[in-house]
Design a binder for this molecule. Structure first.
Ligand SMILES: NC(=O)c1ccc[n+]([C@@H]2O[C@H](COP(=O)([O-])OP(=O)(O)OC[C@H]3O[C@@H](n4cnc5c(N)ncnc54)[C@H](OP(=O)(O)O)[C@@H]3O)[C@@H](O)[C@H]2O)c1
Length: 142
């Protein structure tokens, strides 16, 4: 499958990149400043989801987009995801995979409120997204 990973330079994105390559997928790794030492065969694209710079070009040809972007400012989570979904919709991508945090809807914390808003926009635009829930960093089950 042709998979685009947005946020491929991050903690989760790097792990997903390794797994996707090992499984034989055709992978485009996307981050603002590119990627240090990408695995062989990976196409690297520069894009900024907030400004939109490079995003459309980076997603052209993909069938699936994996959204592994993260922001220190939680209020940016939903706009970042919405920008990815808008371009993905426009290009007719078939699948969107997002990452959530286990229990984010039950913990009164600014970052988790941002994750809940991000979830809402993932489900709002007619997509049937796959959303994987990861344990928060440092939790006993992480
Ligand atoms: N890490 C964990 O333990 C954990 C646990 C549970 C859930 N999650 C979820 O997993 C996802 C990824 O988290 P993470 O910890 O892997 O994040 P991270 O290590 O902070 O990586 C963030 C990624 O987002 C990219 N990014 C930031 N701003 C961007 C922009 N404007 N345009 C394009 N890319 C941008 C960064 O790339 P550049 O800066 O290179 O552009 C980087 O690849 C998040 O949804 C998070 O909630 C993570």
């Amino acid at each position: 499958m042709r998979i685009a990973i947005v946020g491929a330079s991050g903690t989760l994105g790097r792990a997903v990149l390794r797994v996707a390559c090992a499984a034989g997928h055709q992978v485009t790794a996307i981050a603002r400043a590119g990627l240090a030492s990408p695995p062989p065969g990976v196409t690297v694209r520069h894009a900024d989801v907030l400004t939109g710079t490079g995003l459309r070009d980076a997603l052209v040809g993909a069938e699936t987009v994996i959204d592994a972007v993260n922001f220190k400012k939680p209020s940016l989570l939903a706009p970042g995801t919405r920008a990815i979904l808008d371009v993905a919709t426009d290009l007719g991508l078939r699948h969107y995979v997002g990452i959530s945090v286990v229990g984010c809807d039950r913990v009164p914390h600014a970052y988790y409120r941002g994750k809940v808003e991000q979830e809402a926009c993932r489900f709002a635009e007619g997509w049937d997204p796959a959303v994987a829930e990861a344990f928060p960093p440092g939790s006993a089950s992480a």
